[in-house]
Design a protein around this ligand. Structure first.
Ligand code: FES
Length: 91
């Protein structure tokens, strides 16, 4: 876990999947927050310098691009988590 929730824990639970495994977040979390609450990475670096976990958290740095099982790609920090989202995190 990269993030630890300090407040607003009363929001509704959202169930989604990471590499086929069930995961949970809270309604209103970004996909980036949801991923980092469930693990310590968003993707592997294409340049071999280790796992990536986002950087700017505001849609500017391009460090948090992720893919869904459908092949759709987007920035994890700019999209809210949705029920049954099926995210692929490359090793
Ligand atoms: S963390 Fe920088 S664009 Fe998403």
């Amino acid at each position: 876990m990269q993030f630890r929730r300090l407040g607003e824990a009363h929001r509704q639970t959202v169930h989604f999947f990471v590499n086929g495994r069930p995961a949970q977040a809270l309604a209103g979390d970004t996909v980036l927050t949801a991923l980092l609450m469930n693990g310590a990475r968003v993707r592997a670096s294409e340049f071999g310098d280790g796992p990536r976990a986002g950087f700017c958290n505001m849609g500017a740095c391009q460090d948090c691009w992720i893919s869904l099982e459908s092949g759709v790609r987007f920035r994890a920090c700019s999209e809210p988590i949705r029920p049954d989202l099926r995210i692929v995190v490359a090793d």
